[in-house]
Design a protein around this ligand. Structure first.
Ligand code: APR
Length: 226
């Protein structure tokens, strides 16, 4: 089976009702990124950080996957598919994708400050005083600005093996995730679905300047007839 790697960003979940980060109505509006998504922010005001992620978590539980997430699942009939997502939502999981790498963590998980490998499923609000079994405060299982991206090596290895790359709904501004593109073998076909695509046209790149619910099913259909 040919291997397809799908790199997704906030844009694929936009039509499910989750705001993107850098569009006009972006999530960070009203919030200094460093206040709510950095180790310093957490140290200075953990209540604000918890409140921010509690709101995100509550909202996530009210939304559902869209046709973009769903179309990717169909690809698995014919391809070995890995979704590498920058998103912290679980909409790829709920749509039914089998192999998903979360580069920036997961909103429905929390982890111990004492042991970063102690990760728990978490669907409720997370509050100060919620401790792990070692009596250490739990924090959102999110990769904050300035933190290492532990899944990056895995993502690079998978990307190096891709026969086809799809990129969906990402501004390609945040590294190291945006740098994954440079790890593909030369000349593999790359499809980019984004109404405002940010990478330069090149010979092996097909840009679909469309929303995910329109553009992703189109690419999937094309790939199923490949
Ligand atoms: N369908 C497809 N793409 C869309 C749609 C849509 N309906 N709506 C918006 N987009 C595109 C925008 O054109 C933009 O290119 O989604 C992209 C969203 O970009 P960002 O908001 O920058 O999100 P993303 O690239 O995922 O951000 C990367 O930055 O803030 C951090 O950790 C956070 O994972 C996030 C990372």
């Amino acid at each position: 089976m040919k291997k397809i790697v799908v790199l997704t960003g906030a844009g694929i979940s936009a039509e499910s009702g989750i705001n993107t980060f850098r569009d006009a109505n972006g999530l960070w509006e009203g919030h200094d990124i460093m206040e709510v998504a950095s180790p310093i922010g957490w140290e200075n005001n953990p209540e604000l950080v918890l409140d921010f992620y509690n709101k995100r978590r509550r909202q996530l539980l009210t939304v559902t996957p869209n046709k973009g997430h769903e179309a990717l699942v169909k690809l698995e009939d014919q391809y070995d598919v890995t979704v590498i997502t920058q998103n912290v939502d679980d909409l790829h999981e709920r749509a039914g994708s089998s192999r998903i790498v979360h580069l920036h963590g997961e909103l429905l998980k929390v982890r111990s400050q004492f042991d970063q490998n102690l990760i728990l499923d978490w669907k409720e609000d997370l509050n100060l005083g919620d401790f792990c079994e070692h009596n250490s405060q739990l924090r959102p299982h999110i990769v904050w600005f300035g933190e290492m991206v532990p899944m990056m090596d895995t993502a690079i290895t998978i990307t190096e093996q891709a026969d086809i790359l799809m990129i969906i709904g990402t501004s390609m501004q945040v590294y190291p995730a945006a740098g994954l593109l440079q790890y593909t073998r030369p000349q593999i076909p790359v499809y980019f679905v984004d109404p405002n695509s940010a990478i330069a046209q090149s010979e092996h790149l097909t840009i679909l300047p469309e929303k995910a619910t329109i553009g992703v099913p189109k690419v999937v259909e094309e790939l199923m007839n490949y």
